[in-house]
Structure formats: C-alpha cells, structure tokens
Design a protein around this ligand. Sequence first.
Ligand code: C2O
Ligand code: CU
Ligand code: CU
Length: 488
Amino acid sequence: MKTFRIKRAVVKSFGLAAALFIATAQWIPTAALAQGMMGGMMHNPDVKLVQEQGEYRPLRIPAILAPDEASGSTRHYTLTMDEGQTVFREGTQTATLGYNGSFLGPTIMLNRGEDIRVTLRNQMSEETTVHWHGLLVPSQADGGPHQVIDPGKDREVAFNVKQEAATLWYHPHTMGKTAEQVYYGLAGFLLINDNSELSKDLPADYGVDDVPLAVQDRSFTRDMQLDYPGAYNPDGTLGETLLANGTIRAAFDATTELLRLRLLNGSNARIYNFRLSSGSTFVQIASDGGLLNEPVEMASLRLTPGERAEIVVSLQGMVAGEHVDLMTDDAPVLRLNVARGLRSNASVPAVLNHLPAADDNGAVDRRFVLFGMSTMASINGGVFDMHRVDEKGTPNRDEVWEVYNSPDMMGGMTHNFHLHGTQFRVLTRDGALPPPNERGWKDTVALDAAEDVRFLVRFWDEGLFMYHCHILEHEDNGMMGQIEITAQ
Ligand code: C2O
Ligand code: CU
Ligand code: CU
C-alpha cells in the first residue's frame, strides 16, 4: 500500500504542470511526447467511474453486417469508416467515428471454413487501418500499422476463416493513432460460428439470449464531446463514464433463463472486474479464442483491454419486475431486467471443447520484458519501429514465449501482451498453472507488475505480425514489436 500513496503524491505534483502544459500546447505528437515525459512517473491517476442517475436506456445491439453479394463461394462485405454524430444523452450530439454508422460498428458474423472478402472504405479525413483482433489471418490481411488506408481510399482484404467459434473484434491499428481512433468510436465485434459450437445447447439467439457487450469508458466534456487530447494520459486514458455498446446507463430486457454475454473490454486502458450485484456466480464458457474445455464458475472476472470472455448468467427463479446488475467494481455496467416470465432456453453442457493439454517441454524460445513508464513504454528495451524487424520465426512450429512485466521504480503497473495472427495457450503464470479460465485459447494476456507468463504459440502464415501491450496509449507510445515469419 505504501507504493500506492507515493503514486498519488506524484500524480498531484505532476498534475498541475501537465494541465498547464496541455492548456498551452497544440495537439501535435511532440506535445504528447513532452507531456508524457513530464508525467513520466504518473502512471494511471485514479479516474473513478461515476454513478449515472436517471432513466435507463435500452442497450444498443449492433446490427449484424449483411454481405454485399456472394461471388461464387466467397462472401463479400463492405465496412466504411466515417465521421458522424452520436446521441449518448438525449438532446446532445457528440462528434464520433464509426464503421457503417456513427459509433462502433456492425457485428461481422462468419462461419468457420468460409472464404471472405472485405472492402474497407475510408471516408474519414485521416488515415486508418482495420485490424482483426484474434483472427488467424495472413499478414497482408491483418490490418497492422503497415496496411494504411488513406482518406477517400479503399482496400480489399481476403481470408479464409480457419479457426473455431470465438468472439473476436476489429479496430484500427494506425501508427501512433490507434488509441485516439478507438476512443472516438472505431471498434466492432467479429463473431465466428462453427458446427461444433452450434450443435451445443448454448444460448445462440443474437441480441435475445446471446448478447455482445463492448464495455468502454469515456470522458465527456461539459458539452458532451469526446476530447481525446484533453483526457489523454500516456499510461492509459481513462474516462468516468461507462458505455455498454455505446449506451450510457444501459438496461437489457431479459426474456430467457440463461443469458450469454460476449464481453469485450474495448477500453483504451481501464481494467474491469465483472461481477453480479446479487453476489451470484456465473459461468465463463469462452476465453479470447474460443470455448473453454468446460465451464468455469466465477464470482468475478477480470478483463484487461482487448480481452474477451463469454459468460452465461442464470436468471432462473427471478420473476417479472426483478433485476440484477452486471457490475464492474462499484459501477453498474448493464441492468438486466426481467420484464416478464422467463422462458427456458438453453443449457450449458459440462463439456464445451476438446483442447489438448498445452504441452510444456520447459524450453523457452523467446523472452520479452515489458517495461512501462508512459512514453518510455517498451518491450525488450526497444520502442516500436515500423522499419525494424524484432524477431524472426517460421510457420507451423510450436514455440514457447515467456513475457515478464518488469517493475519500475514506482512499483510498476499492470500491462498485457497481445499477439497478432494467432491464438496461444498459457502454460504458466508465475511458474504455476494458469487459473482454469485462462486454459483455453488466448490472444491477450494480463501481467501484473513482476508477473511472468509463459505460453505456447504457433504461427500459421508467413509475414509480419505485431505483438504489443493493449493499453492503447502504450501501444501508440511504442510498447510494440514485430515478428517476421518466413518459411525456410
Ligand atoms: Cu487489438 Cu494489435 O490489437
Ligand atoms: Cu490484434
Ligand atoms: Cu502497457
């Protein structure tokens, strides 16, 4: 607890200087850099979530993206990035960014085995990229910082869906601009279905008992605008207002006894600890990359930025007029209302998947040291350089990666580690077996200060793939590297 008090003191003394600096500086990258250095030791000041008052708003459910037309066996989609205006509070318009709409994006629902072609249309006034987080894609389709789409331009990407049912997502990965573009609204769900998952009795009626839930925090100005430069913190921009699929103070009318929530931590930096206001447990059925072998009963679930989890909440026994809140720490995320009698809809099988035990032979192929102090955030001591290849590897070979979160003089902070183009299996967390809900497919893994995680991974395609901390300001500030996979 001692380090906590020191941190707070530093926040205070640096806060004023940083505030004065922001007030006089133009929003240019160098300003961000200078501010970051000044606040170099500030870590994350405690921006508390506010308790919203007043009426609940119906949870927005993103539409499912309809394919344009099928040409042969390939399904074709179009995603358009554009600037828009969004009503978060009645009577006010907020300038935002969105895909095929003003904020967030449609849900892309794909089936395993399909060939997909997507036209990415950038109608914004700045460059962007579209990255498929968690998808096993060839590097040219991955949408990393190398695959820029200029304003007014299109880019076509094609891939085959070759992984199992999972809750993935898409977002920009623009060099130095990812955090800002996500903050203003660019993010959406990408769900994969497969026969094995569909043959199970799990809730699967989209928007009815199978609900995607992107949880984000934002800071609004007095006139309800998003002011990224004003809210900026080099160690992760936090906001005091919670959004569930873009809805402030969201409520959902449940009609079924079991409700499957596909949780996405879509925040730039905030970590969520989900729980139910009733104190009841729920079961986690899937991690980032697909179903766990068996459901895991949980009283609370932590998700760091970029991570997903599917949970099933049982409302059985509740009667019309009752409700339960999905919370994070002390703030409500989503009110679940029982509007009428609940219908019995599904069940959670005791066996969900058949992932083989991750084979740990004790050898480590690559080591990564995370060291995060705002704009000095780095991996293995280096700050990301698009023109430098940090690691080289070969496809179709199992590797063990070890990631260590090195504490700094302030004690350090929680980072996470995300890897593109593949999914991995956590072998150990601080030398011990990971908790049961981390034993399935993962693409993003949390590391508290001084923690060490080893995971088993394999690349499927050649090309360049990114790995980075998914605190988006850290990613933008260079806590990222790239591995080049080439066949020998
Ligand atoms: Cu979710 Cu490299 O990203
Ligand atoms: Cu990714
Ligand atoms: Cu970080």
